[in-house]
Write a protein that binds this ligand. Structure first.
Ligand code: IPE
Ligand code: IPE
Ligand code: MG
Length: 249
């Protein structure tokens, strides 16, 4: 069977892809099952996309796994998600090691349940020497939280005399964000048909190409990921210029 993979231009790959993994609950409902069944089945999609990204040579893959707003869900669902995270982190480390993938996290991770935080920190530690791809989990993350934290840290540095307010430019500001060591995502994928950003990477996505698909996250497979990359590669990224300026090379 031929794969869409063959149609990807490997010389024009995005270096960073961000994914809003959405639709677990609706997928479960469609199958007459409780929401957590959807979350459990979403793990396979995480594995597929992670492997696909590493195989074609993506350097950074960032997955939105839990937002600061997701704490407002029913307690039972939050608890189930937190323990699913522990199990998944423990089980998937082997795959990450095998594929030479480094695990990283962004978000207020110290406010996660201790067990979840521990499994996460262990995974990060164990994979810290891997260098094929960085897989970042956004956990207890929201962009407004991140921007507020950056503003706070900047204010402190000004107070300490490390920085002058006049020195604060966009490059300085981005150094205070949780993604300071990553390039901005060139492509952001959201599954499940919703067309919004839901507080994900607001600063970093200023010029990101957005890709929305109707597919629910537990059904998202490698081929769907390739389709998103092919769609991205057909677009013209102008960054405020006109078409003739960006094609005249
Ligand atoms: C995404 O699926 C997973 C998380 C937000 C943790 P949802 O749980 O949001 O599924 P829907 O959107 O209700 O279908
Ligand atoms: C966004 O999905 C957060 C994650 C995928 C972790 P939500 O399902 O929480 O987003 P909204 O509430 O539909 O905007
Ligand atoms: Mg949702």
């Amino acid at each position: 069977m031929s794969s869409l993979k063959e149609h990807i231009d490997l010389h024009r790959l995005p270096s960073h892809i961000a994914v809003i993994m959405d639709g677990n609950g609706r997928w479960a409902k469609k199958h007459g099952k409780p929401r957590i069944f959807g979350h459990r089945n979403g793990v396979k999609s995480v594995r597929e996309v992670t492997e696909a990204a590493a195989e074609i040579g993506i350097s950074y893959l960032t997955l939105y796994a839990f937002s600061t707003e997701n704490w407002s869900r029913p307690q039972l669902e939050v608890n189930a998600l937190m323990s699913l995270l522990v199990d998944t982190l423990r089980n998937e480390i082997e795959t990450l090691m095998k594929n030479n993938i480094r695990l990283h996290a962004i978000g207020d991770i110290h406010k996660l349940p201790k067990k979840t935080e521990k499994a996460l920190l262990e995974g990060i530690h164990e994979t810290s020497m891997n260098d094929r791809m960085t897989l970042t989990l956004a956990l207890n993350y929201s962009a407004r939280w991140e921007i507020k934290e950056a503003a706070k840290a900047l204010a402190m540095d000004v107070r300490e005399g490390i920085l002058e307010p006049g020195d604060i430019d966009e490059i300085t500001f981005q150094r205070y964000l949780t993604t300071s060591k990553m390039p901005d995502p060139e492509l952001m994928i959201r599954t499940s048909g919703e067309k919004r950003i839901s507080n994900f990477l607001l600063w970093q996505s200023a010029y990101t190409e957005l890709y929305f698909t109707e597919i629910y996250w537990p059904e998202f497979r490698k081929e769907d990921f390739y389709a998103a990359i092919i769609d991205f590669q057909m677009r013209e990224r102008r960054f405020g210029k006109i078409s003739e300026q960006v094609t005249s090379t």
